[in-house]
Design a protein around this ligand. Structure first.
Ligand code: ZN
Length: 140
């Protein structure tokens, strides 16, 4: 098919996402090759995937580095984290729910948001206060 890439790989197992499996598998078969002297029979998976243009530059993401942090960095992290955590509105009703089998969607949503808020508080405090890895290590 024009604009598509078709190729084959030989292996004894494959792991695919549901999306790739449902959208791109052209055929699956067991190879009965007389030249194969090993025990396992090989599987052949034929995929048809649309051509993609990949960014050839390696992806690099600078991250906060605890190894480079001084006690001053850590003190600033603690101060920012404390500030960020105090900004979070507690989902009191959901936190006080004692139903171990609770299926209240609002409790579930509030607890999910609470976890996300705590995570964001930690990450943003770290991003703003700690030195970073690699190319951006001049921060902090
Ligand atoms: Zn509940």
């Amino acid at each position: 098919m024009p604009g598509q890439l078709s190729t084959s790989f030989w292996a004894d197992h494959f792991i695919l996402s549901d999306h790739l499996f449902n959208s791109s598998v052209k055929s699956i078969s067991v190879a009965h090759d007389v030249d194969n002297t090993s025990d396992p029979l090989f599987l052949e998976l034929e995929l048809t995937v649309a051509r993609c243009k990949f960014n050839s530059r390696p992806m690099y993401e600078s991250k906060p580095s605890w190894n480079k942090a001084t006690s001053a960095h850590i003190d600033e992290y603690k101060r920012l984290l404390c500030h960020n955590l105090h900004e979070i509105i507690l989902p009191t009703e959901a936190l006080l729910c004692r139903n171990l089998s609770c299926h209240d969607q609002s409790h579930i949503n509030h607890l999910d948001a609470f976890v996300t808020d705590i995570s964001h508080a930690c990450l943003s405090a770290g991003a703003a206060s700690l030195p970073h890895t690699g190319r951006s290590s001049t921060r902090g």
